[in-house]
Write a protein that binds this ligand. Structure first.
Ligand SMILES: NC(=O)c1ccc[n+]([C@@H]2O[C@H](COP(=O)([O-])OP(=O)(O)OC[C@H]3O[C@@H](n4cnc5c(N)ncnc54)[C@H](OP(=O)(O)O)[C@@H]3O)[C@@H](O)[C@H]2O)c1
Length: 246
């Protein structure tokens, strides 16, 4: 009798703790979406896209863990960015981030998903990946056929996926952030509304204008090879290109 009551108390305590953690996370991410809180961002693949976004987000006040399979090579970048930047392994980035950017060549997505499934589960994952057969092999052709978002979800598992930053050339990402006048647009798609809002905030913090396209299924409209891909369009031009309301 006593042991059953103890078991029950343990279940209640564990459920309360889970609810409290979920509540805290929702609260914090709600603040982030509203532009009030600072985020912990893990970056897997700190190359042209990941390294540049890491830099923009540190400057915006976020805490960023830039990762590499050779973390020591990123030390000079992190030193230059100051105390809000740190370096680590891809696993450490996946574990550190409330939001994780997976900016590796698309051919590495299956391996990243397999290796870091536990750390990534349930997290907001920003996916700028573009499959190119020349670089990524036959898996790229399959991903193009089914739509990149569908393929990414298969590789990354139970994450809150947002297609983000895939259309913007690395040079534009580096040189046109926070530019005067109309900003360059970044189309976003996700099945998770809160993840979409958090991603929109991070697009603004990086110095660009988010355009919310809709659920993941709609992201096929801005996959590699579409008319709006790789062109550095403003939000008005992008909306027009995607047939969205102004
Ligand atoms: N470049 C563009 O203009 C552009 C624009 C939009 C989207 N994208 C897409 O964004 C993604 C990243 O592109 P990028 O141009 O930034 O590539 P990149 O400059 O080559 O950087 C990719 C990074 O991924 C890391 N990496 C490679 N294989 C890995 C693995 N198996 N596990 C963990 N990390 C790995 C590498 O870091 P270490 O070797 O140090 O580990 C490298 O720094 C690609 O899918 C690309 O198609 C690119």
């Amino acid at each position: 009798m006593m042991s059953r009551r103890r078991d029950l108390l343990r279940v209640v305590a564990s459920a309360t703790a889970t609810a409290a953690v979920a509540g805290l996370l929702l609260g914090a991410l709600g603040d982030v979406a509203a532009g009030q809180a600072r985020l912990k961002i893990g970056i897997i693949g700190a190359g042209r896209i990941g390294g540049t976004l890491g830099e923009h987000w540190v400057k915006a006040g976020h805490e960023v863990l830039l990762s590499s399979r050779h973390p020591e090579r990123l030390k000079p970048l992190a030193d230059r960015l100051g105390p809000r930047a740190r370096v680590g392994t891809p696993r450490e980035a996946a574990a550190f981030g409330e939001v994780v950017l997976v900016s590796v060549p698309y051919g590495a997505f299956p391996q990243v998903g397999r290796d870091h499934a536990d750390e990534l589960r349930g997290k907001i994952v920003l996916d700028p990946g573009n499959p190119f057969a020349q670089r990524d092999g036959p898996m790229a052709e399959e991903a193009r056929r089914k739509g990149t978002a569908t393929a990414s979800l298969e590789y990354l598992g139970s994450v809150r996926l947002v297609r983000a930053f895939n259309t913007i050339p690395a040079s534009v990402l580096r040189n046109e952030a926070h530019r005067a006048g109309e900003r360059i647009a970044v189309p976003l798609a996700s099945d998770d509304e809160q993840a979409l809002e958090v991603a929109a905030r991070l697009v603004r913090d990086a110095g660009f204008e988010p355009v919310l396209v809709g659920p993941l299924a709609r992201s096929i409209a801005f996959d590699a090879g579409t008319a709006v891909f790789g062109r550095g369009l403003t939000a008005r031009e992008l909306r027009r290109g995607l047939g969205l309301e102004p």
